[in-house]
Design a protein around this ligand. Sequence first.
Ligand code: AP5
Ligand code: MG
Length: 187
Amino acid sequence: MFILILGAPGSGKGTQGKILAERLGLPKITTGDLLRKAMQDGTPLGLEARKYYDEGKLVPDSIILNMIKDELVRPDAKDGAILDGFPRTAAQAELVDRTLGERGQRLNHILLLDVTEEELVRRLRARAQVEGRTDDSPEAVATRLQVYQRDTAPLIAHYAQRGIVHRVPGTGTVDQIAGEIKRIIGR
Ligand code: AP5
Ligand code: MG
């Protein structure tokens, strides 16, 4: 089973994705974590990604498409995975659809975490104090929110045509939201 967790920056994709992956015994694939690791390790990919990441811009598809391809063919993801943070553009969605389609698979559920912008900003501001993620600066957060609306939110309509989008109220406790997700996907 392939499940995409979709939502704006700070909506809880990482938090809920982890809970869901553990419950279903599936790997969680997170492009943001892969980029943070590459930046930390100082690889060529990491150095290139940083030019965009720190400002809250999307890392170009020329980099991300290869990353997604490699991740989807991971042996541990052959029967399913939780996708966190991708697909995020039309080209990424096309690649995911095609790669899964070639194996007779598809995205089964899309969980859209619905959180007000006010709450998103509050959460990311709080995290900036504690973790210091480089893209949690006020300027980068503003860019990330705009980029989400412009480049990623249109994917909702793309997938809604297939009837696989579930809107999840993303405010409440972490446990309440996890319970709602469990109810929606039925396991
Ligand atoms: P990415 O790492 O994907 O970040 P994001 O989408 O901006 O989202 P976050 O990780 O900040 O938030 P989240 O939704 O995971 O929420 P979380 O659970 O952490 O991407 C970062 C960057 O990498 C992009 O800007 C881009 O540059 C690049 N990138 C990544 N993927 C890419 C791609 N596919 N293509 C191109 N570029 C890409 O929760 C947020 C906070 O809220 C936490 O502190 C958490 O503890 C708290 N929280 C969670 N749930 C609750 C709750 N119910 N109540 C209160 N607080 C809560
Ligand atoms: Mg995240």
